[in-house]
Design a protein around this ligand. Structure first.
Ligand code: AMO
Length: 458
């Protein structure tokens, strides 16, 4: 990731667009030219360009008007520049308004900057009306609901912008790593005719006289794709009609999913731990300025991660005085206790089969257990997955055992008769991973416009 602040770290990198003549980059010529014109991003400027004429555009972060000499700080997405205003006619300026500044780069004595821009001309492109509903500088603190209600303006807060720059970097790392492991990116439908996972957490919608649903996950499609593409991944939004009011549940969340033929659950745990470790590492090393702004340190775990079985967890819980029987689901309070014993990333493996979805395969020799796992970060579940059933008859009977109607899954089951390879996979909540990476405790901080039972707009 490039430089995000115009502070001393500026590197002068005159681009092919650099010119001391009339500005041409980033704009169009003609009557509207002034509206869009820009010769450089702020990060492209540097002290080695002293004497050069440039035009930069952005929003005013600070403005101090004085009798003879005024100062403004101008921010664009790449950084911050100090503007000196002297002996020029300046329109009325207000903080957060969008302006374009043409001027000359000069040396500065300001401690925080390596150069400044002496303005020759300032054009106001769009005014910000005051008072603003949130303070992008964060000097006046707003609660999360107020910020989410005015998200676009909140994005001018460097803390918020840094979170989304880190999310962008994480997405890039996820795609690069999975591609390097020969996974092919797919996009599956989000409007579906029947439940993909079974269960009740489905949003339904009226679809030209029929009932359709919003997909909870790409589960059935990604499994089918292993027939021809062998290893697939998807990064998309999915929907859960869960009336949960926690810092980790949303009704629309982003899931990173993989499915791989000829891999067992241990193999896909390997893919997951390598992926999480490399994503954390890349975000940590490329987003130094962002971590500084957020005041966080990205965890950089080393693969392999610890593996703890469900039965071991039950033992640990009993040692803590909890009454837990084999086969009980682990409650939030249980996971918090287990998370205390295992504070970082670890796999919780070999769950009782009856707690797992119909498509999960049993363990050989221990059919009451499943070839399944969750990836935990302390108490927080980041991912779940396992080895799938690939025999259509077993799948049919498992559907019936779980009270699901095999007829609803006929399209899916049919594909199992075309040579379905043994396969495994997992789904990971990107928003939860980003909460861990950025050190925030509410996933809403890392989602642009979160959807939950109480929030449907903006
Ligand atoms: P599961 O339902 O466990 O598994 O979901 C996988 C991961 O998705 C994230 N997640 C959520 N994040 C935010 N809000 C929610 N409401 C929410 N629900 C789930 C979690 C969770 O670990 N098809 C299987 C995966 C597989 O076996 O491939 C599935 O969807 O981080």
């Amino acid at each position: 990731m490039g430089t995000t602040n115009g502070y001393k770290q500026h590197v002068g990198s005159p681009t092919a667009c650099s010119t001391t003549a009339a500005p041409t980059c980033g704009g169009i010529r003609g009557d509207d030219a002034v509206t869009f014109v820009r010769t450089h991003d702020i990060a492209d400027l540097g002290e080695d360009m002293v004497g050069r004429t440039v035009t930069i555009s952005g929003w005013i972060e600070d403005y101090r008007k004085m009798a003879k000499l005024s100062f403004a700080t101008l921010r664009d997405v790449t950084g911050l520049a100090q503007i000196i205003i002297k002996d020029v006619n300046v329109p009325e300026l207000s903080r957060q308004s969008v302006i374009s500044v043409s001027g000359t780069i000069q040396e500065t004595r300001a401690r925080d900057y390596s150069f400044e821009v002496l303005a020759d001309e300032i054009v106001v492109l769009a005014r910000a009306s005051h008072p603003l509903p949130v303070d992008p500088l964060g000097r006046l603190e707003s609660n999360i609901d107020t910020r989410l209600n005015h998200r676009a303006l909140d994005m001018r807060n460097q803390r918020t912008a840094s979170i989304f720059k880190m999310r962008h970097r994480a997405l890039q790392a996820l795609r690069d790593t999975l591609t390097s492991e020969r996974f092919i990116e797919i996009t599956t439908p989000k409007i579906i005719g029947s439940a993909s996972e079974g269960g009740a957490n489905l949003f339904s919608l009226e679809y030209f006289g029929k009932t359709a649903y919003l997909a909870q996950s790409p589960q059935l499609y990604k499994e089918q794709m292993t027939i021809g593409l062998q290893r697939v991944f998807e990064i998309s939004n999915f929907y859960r009609a869960e009336n949960s009011h926690t810092g980790r549940h949303l009704t629309e969340f982003t899931s990173v999913d993989i499915e791989a033929a000829f891999m067992d659950y241990d193999d896909v745990m390997g893919v997951l731990e390598r992926l999480v470790a490399s994503t954390c590492r890349q975000v940590a090393s490329d987003c130094v300025a962002e971590q500084d702004v957020i005041d966080c340190v990205v965890p950089t775990p080393e693969a392999p991660f610890e593996r703890v079985t469900y039965e071991q967890c039950v033992g640990e819980l009993r040692e803590c005085g909890q009454e837990v029987e084999f086969g009980d689901d682990l409650l939030d309070s249980h996971l918090r206790l287990i998370g205390r014993n295992h504070p970082g990333f670890f796999f919780l493996t070999d769950w009782p089969l009856k707690l797992k979805p119909f498509y999960i395969r049993e363990k050989d020799g221990r059919p009451e257990l499943s070839r399944s796992f969750d990836l935990q970060y302390g108490y927080l579940e980041l991912s779940s997955g396992g080895t799938r059933l690939h025999d259509p008859e077993t799948l049919r009977s498992r559907l019936a055992e779980q009270g699901l109607d095999p007829a609803q899954f006929e399209d899916h089951l049919e594909s199992f008769g075309w040579g379905m390879p043994p396969h495994s996979g997992w789904g990971m909540g990107l928003d939860r991973l980003m909460a861990v990476i950025t050190g925030v405790d509410n996933v809403r901080e890392v989602v642009l416009y979160p959807r939950d039972p109480d929030r449907l707009s903006p």
